[in-house]
Design a protein around this ligand. Structure first.
Ligand SMILES: [Ca+2]
Ligand SMILES: [Ca+2]
Ligand SMILES: [Ca+2]
Length: 314
């Protein structure tokens, strides 16, 4: 089956800027570990981020951390009345997973797709989450004409980094999609299901609409889309830097797949669907400040990258 052309390709393919060094920006975002005892308190299906606040404290990311994509025309002013959000990121050394929750308030919430497949996201208020578990950077999203055979494309596309789509309301309860070949065939990759991933979400109200999406994913250094057990899972440990990126399209017109109001990104880079070096950096930290890396080593690490850290949330 021909894969649907997704927004990133449509918008960005002809608007390339040069490939940069891995990774983008001068900030390192702290990602705190979720202690084992608190993993069980995370309920992906309850439509609430209360447990994330209890575990991780203030949000890891908020709307102010994002900017509109350089490839989407807009008036340059962010209006919280249009869309605002808070987001929590965590990880676990026990499960090898990354944990993500977002709470959004959208003045016009679009969730119109059929069959609940989040890959049909043009026109819908999804979020995109991209991860480069080994911080390698490099090209990871490929078009089918990249390779000599379709099989070769399936193997390489979204393998060394992964691009997920998540949506709050999914009639078939498939809240998470993977942009690699599994998503393209409308047969979800096992990488989007237990034990590698799980997701839930819900929305409440209309104009404005409050929505919650909660999920976890397993990052891979090399993902085999149809058989994740044959891939290489990224090793997660305190102090490690990963690449990640978050994008939020904001659609405000029912039934439209062309009237994109805004497209918020963390890295302010085009073509993050394709190049992992355009992600931002996240540092995995221990479950509390007492077990996080010391200020001395932290300062040395920052200096080596010419970076400044973002204050942790705990
Ligand atoms: Ca919850
Ligand atoms: Ca990689
Ligand atoms: Ca919207």
């Amino acid at each position: 089956m021909v894969r649907p052309v997704f927004l990133g390709v449509v918008v960005f393919l002809t608007l390339e800027v040069g490939v940069g060094d891995a990774h983008i920006g001068s900030r390192i975002y702290p990602i705190w570990e979720v202690p084992d005892v608190e993993l069980s308190t995370i309920d992906l299906q309850d439509g609430s981020v209360a447990e994330w606040k209890a575990i991780l404290g203030p949000p890891t990311l908020q709307a102010a951390d994002f900017s509109n994509s350089p490839t989407i025309p807009w008036d340059g002013s962010y209006d919280a009345a249009d869309l605002t959000w808070s987001m929590w990121l965590g990880w676990s050394s026990s499960t090898g997973r990354l944990y993500v929750a977002i709470e959004k308030v959208d003045n016009e919430y679009m969730n119109e797709f059929a069959l609940g497949n989040p890959f049909q996201f043009p026109g819908n208020d999804i979020i995109e989450f991209m991860v480069d578990g080994d911080h390698s950077g490099g090209e990871y999203g490929f078009a089918p004409d990249c390779c000599d055979t379709q099989e070769a494309w399936r193997r390489v596309h979204d393998s060394q980094a992964q691009h997920y789509l998540a949506i709050a309301d999914a009639p078939d309860q498939q809240h998470l999609g993977y942009v690699g070949y599994g998503g393209a065939s409308f047969a979800p990759s096992p990488a989007t299901s237990w034990p590698y991933a799980d997701a839930g979400g819900t929305s409440l109200g209309k104009g404005p609409t409050s929505s919650v999406i909660e999920f976890f994913v397993t990052p891979f250094d090399s993902l085999v889309w149809e058989a994740p057990e044959r891939g290489k899972v990224s090793m997660l440990s305190p102090g490690k830097i990963i690449g990640f990126e978050v994008s939020l399209p904001d659609w405000d017109s029912a039934g439209s797949t062309t009237e994109l109001m805004n497209y918020y990104t963390l890295s302010q880079q085009a073509s993050t669907w394709r190049y992992a070096e355009r992600f931002v950096d996240g540092r995995l930290l221990g479950p509390s400040r007492s077990t996080a890396i010391t200020a001395t080593s932290w300062g040395r690490i920052k200096a080596s990258f010419g970076m400044t850290d973002v204050q942790g949330s705990r």
